[in-house]
Design a protein around this ligand. Structure first.
Ligand code: ADP
Length: 391
């Protein structure tokens, strides 16, 4: 069962896991790792990353610098990621040196490039929106309009994605190699987080639905199970399984999906790591996404993804539109006083407009109950900035 540790010191943890990236995802991974007697060591470019105070070894460094990644990961039992923009070359070297790397460097290389992702979906019969790859902005009209243009590399949280409605919007187009994608008539945005271990065992968490705020154009909240038919949920899980099996993937994969207005499920993109759409699993499911991810990193049997509450939801706690300075959290007392609500703050030293500073999980016996609890707290939750008093 699982990997044997090389670390035979009589004191100290039995396993050393490196994580590239020291943000909130790494921080919640550390919480889970304690129960596996695993020591998480972290590398991040920022000296005050959310993990920096909670790890035995924190290395400040550039995650895209192959040599720095190798220097960090040498002699670890295994290494994983909380962000996909890291040096694949560095991870390949570590794998050759005997470090267990999850996700596999080849999978990461495919996923880092949205163009290669789309080609992979197409080659494996995975349903996805029609697309075309372009290198020059002069080709941006190749599929007609409306389209969604996505930078092949480097985008995240919607940065690197632009909707081009018509010819007149071409001046908003990116000038870097990109994917043109047919604009999908979206009914719902869904996500399935699926884990797969070396034995090919897979487990999906129940389908999550992202509910958008049309005014702010940001995810308002996430709720599971999604309000879709049983057949649509089964299809979403089938497609997520198809992706991990076609890739021979090992690790945790978040599969972002569209349910279009004709009722079809399409893959938008995948992320080979823990994901914002799985935060509610900490309270809402038998095994959290963070524990499940660690189980795949350590190649242990997968945990049950069964819900422990009928419905789980998650609201991000973000900086206000003008927030600057040290964080001043509002509404946490109201959240704590509401049944079924659990705040998770990420310990970021500085707040910025709309920066994700934490989240709350809301669980309950029905969708109505969860939404009612959410409405009570959501308007109160905010993070303002406090300026340090001038000396
Ligand atoms: P990121 O990797 O930055 O999260 P995504 O590819 O997930 O970018 O796109 C961000 C958002 O843009 C999606 O959540 C969706 O709302 C919208 N979007 C992306 N692709 C399409 C598409 N083909 N048709 C319509 N909307 C899309």
């Amino acid at each position: 069962m699982g990997i044997a540790s090389k670390n035979t010191a009589s004191f100290g943890p039995s396993l050393r896991i490196g994580v590239l990236g020291g943000g909130q995802l790494g921080r919640m991974t550390i919480q889970s790792a304690i129960d596996f007697d695993a020591r998480v060591e972290v590398m991040d470019p920022s000296a005050d990353a959310p993990c920096s105070n909670f790890t035995h070894r924190f290395v400040q460094g550039d995650l895209n610098d192959a040599e720095a990644v190798v220097a960090f990961g040498r002699n670890l039992d295994c290494i994983t990621i909380e962000i996909e923009h890291v040096s694949v070359e560095g991870l390949r070297t570590l794998e050759q040196q005997g470090v267990r790397v999850i996700p596999k460097p080849d999978h990461l290389a495919t996923i880092q490039d949205k163009g290669l992702q789309k080609q992979f979906f197409e080659a494996n019969g995975i349903p996805t929106a029609p697309y075309q790859l372009i290198d020059n902005v002069s080709d941006v009209g190749a599929m007609g309009f409306p389209i969604v243009q996505k930078m092949r590399k480097g985008g995240y949280d919607g940065k690197g994605v632009v909707v081009l409605k018509d010819e007149a919007s071409i001046d908003k187009a990116f000038t870097v190699p990109s994917v043109l994608e047919a604009a999908v008539d979206i009914d719902k945005e869904l996500s399935v987080i699926v884990a797969r271990n070396s034995a090919g065992e897979t487990k999906c968490f129940p389908v999550v639905e992202s509910v958008f705020d049309p005014v702010a154009n940001l995810v308002d909240y996430l709720i599971a199970p999604a309000a879709i038919t049983a057949a649509q949920a089964a299809e979403a899980e089938r497609v997520a399984q198809q992706v991990v099996e076609a890739m021979d993937f090992e690790g945790l994969l978040a599969v972002e999906l569209f349910l279009d207005t004709s009722g079809s499920i399409l893959v938008n993109e995948v992320a080979p790591r823990t994901h914002n759409s799985g935060h509610h699993t900490i309270e809402a499911n038998v095994t959290s996404q963070f524990e499940q991810h660690l189980r795949t990193v350590l190649d242990l049997p997968l945990g049950s993804t069964a819900p422990v509450h009928a419905v789980g939801a998650m609201v991000n706690i973000v900086g206000t539109a003008d927030a600057q300075g040290t964080p001043d959290y509002k509404g946490i007392d109201v959240a704590l006083a509401t049944e079924g609500v659990h705040p998770h703050l990420y310990g970021k030293s500085q707040v910025k407009p709309f920066r994700k500073m934490g989240h709350v999980t809301i669980t309950g016996g029905s969708r109505e109950e969860v939404l009612e609890r959410m409405m009570r707290i959501r308007e109160q939750l905010a993070v303002e900035g406090k300026q340090a008093p001038s000396a």
